[in-house]
Ligand binder design. Sequence first.
Ligand code: GAP
Length: 437
Amino acid sequence: MTNLDSIVALAKRRGFIYPGSEIYGGITGFWDYGPLGTELKNNIKKEWWKSMVQMREDVVGLDAAIIMNPRVWEASGHTKVFADPLVECKVCHKRFRADKDEILLSHEKTHKEKVSWTDPKQFNLLTEVYLGVTEPKEKAYLRGEITQGVFVNFRNVVDSTRIKIPFGIAQIGKAFRNEITPGNFTFRSREFEQMELEYFVKPGDDKWFDYWKKERMKWYESLGMAKDHLRLRDHEEHERAHYARFATDIEYNAPFGWSEFEGIHHRGDFDLGNHKLKYRDDIAGEEYTPWVIETSGGVDRAALFFLLEAYHEEPVRNASHSDAGGEKRVVLKLDPRLAPKKVAVFPLVSNKENITAKAQAVYAILKARYMTAWDARGNIGKRYLAQDEAGTPWCVTVDYTTLEDDTVTIRDRDTTKQDRVNISKLVAYIDEKLGSL
Ligand code: GAP
């Protein structure tokens, strides 16, 4: 199994993820995405949107504000019960979640003396913000889940789109939680991004919870997560969030144990009921409070787990002129749809003007269509290795033969095999590979 340190090091080295505010010593629970990480996250969100909105007739999108009227959080129950029970170590006064036995045990081992704990206390996870310029300022919250924006716009969406139940509203955006114990790299952060679907059904229409569990598992598998690295785990009653009738987590077999990165929740009529919203079915002539089935995924956790899944160290296969003669390569075997750069273009040598000019012309064609890298430094083998680490599926080299017959080599990241393709066919070649996925 890939260890977390390899991913943390690669993320920093290649520009996927950096510690937040690093030059000022960082800030616990906040992370910044670099050039490659931004592309990876965007691609995850793009694929999610494609499968959840673009390909469906029964789902529409929304982008609600991060800060909402604080009454929303009272109605939703978050000001009261969105809390973790915490205990404090009486030796060092650090606070930990009371429900994580393994963390408490490992903390006990860090002290020589016997540790005792305070009784558990509830700490609210909502992050407060203050609005306005004159005192007293108006207290509001950064949203603790993106979900409530969907519920408060339920009537707006129904009225403006005429969409009929069963239907869903999808949203992607940042959420904030005052997590007491951020950790495991980006896994538990204080600022993170969620991708959620709220699917509204007629009360009693029971098939949707199972339907969405299956759909979401299929989606992660279709983008390269191995079946045996994934599992569904039903919540015990005591684990369930205050809004959930029942809940199942999609978990990944991470280096720090099986870990949730998406929750499928049956929220019943909890939220629409609290916001006093109903749905009117004009054809059947009835009015009711719909039930909600929710799929709530974390973009950051998905990005981390896609990186862990993709990370491979393997011997360099063809230690010929075209692949470096080193012993080992690090290769990110990301699904090409998720890869930050789809293709890289290299001039075989950087000191021949006609080769560089031809390579620039190829680069111009490709970058108009795909995120494309350009590299003219060092030898070709080193350039391949650099692109392997970045997860770039294809590398195109312009060489002396190109000047004669307009063909280039295109090398596959995973097999390291090369094809020779006419420049006029390059886009079709790449499109065919991407389109067949
Ligand atoms: N609307 C339902 C909801 O927010 P949740 O299980 O609390 O449910 C859903 O969160 C997903 O959001 C989690 O599965 C995880 O991927 C992500 N998430 C939650 N807290 C997080 C944190 N502190 N850091 C990173 N991701 C987090």
